[in-house]
Ligand binder design. Structure first.
Ligand code: SAM
Length: 204
């Protein structure tokens, strides 16, 4: 029997250290200038909260969604330590029906299989206010042979073509969608040269 997603990530996060470190993902952190100042943001598949805490420190109102209770507990502990508030949303994306609108949806390394992937990313676009952005970084299918991070299952990895199909929807503009090689220094979880797909989508 396959381990459920929450148990799998609970186990991974059940160590004192933060598996992907404390620093936010560089791509997300370097594009916050696009976001409405002090706007409402949703971090999808946020794990132990490194992006959420960073964004809260920048003055945004942040909700962090993840299936892992251990991850969310660590995210809240880190937010408390840094003196900021984040709102946790503990649920499996299989059950996600957005109840609010956001000025930005941010996601790093949320790897979902189809059809959940398309459903979740299109729901994320629908949950954006006009002028809002979806910003994400994910491992490419070409990352498979590398040991710098990411799932070792092709159906969980992304291509520019597959994400173009998902994000090219009415009312949205793909501002950036590219595969590139980056050097990752994100805790124990992501270390070394990696092939990622980066995406920025604007909602009109
Ligand atoms: C590789 S980790 C990345 C965590 C965080 N975004 C970061 O970059 O530090 C993937 C995260 O996605 C979450 N996740 C995966 N599938 C999920 C699902 N179906 N529902 C909710 N969260 C999910 C996991 O619990 C985990 O925290």
């Amino acid at each position: 029997m396959e381990t459920s997603i929450d148990k799998l990530w609970d186990e991974k996060f059940s160590r004192e250290e933060y598996f992907y470190g404390f620093e936010p993902n560089v791509f997300i952190a370097s594009h916050t200038y696009l976001l409405k100042p002090q706007g409402k943001l949703l971090c999808l598949g946020e794990g132990e909260g490194r992006n959420a805490v960073h964004l809260a420190l920048e003055g945004y109102s942040v909700t962090a969604l993840d299936a892992s209770a251990v991850g969310m507990t660590k995210a809240l502990a880190r937010a408390k330590e840094k003196g900021v508030h984040i709102t946790p949303l503990l649920l499996d994306l299989e059950q996600w029906e957005p109840q609010e609108k956001y000025d930005g949806v941010l996601s790093s390394y949320l790897h979902l299989e189809e059809p959940l992937r398309t459903e979740v990313f299109q729901k994320a676009l629908n949950a954006l206010n006009p002028g809002g952005y979806f910003i994400g970084e994910f491992f490419s299918t070409n990352q498979m042979p590398r040991s710098s991070g990411g799932p070792k299952k092709l159906s969980l990895l992304y291509t520019v073509e597959s994400l173009t199909e998902i994000f090219a929807i009415a009312g949205c503009e793909i501002v950036l969608l590219e595969e590139c090689e980056v050097y990752l220094d994100e805790g124990k979880g992501h270390q070394g040269d990696a092939l990622v797909v980066r995406v920025i989508v604007k909602k009109y």
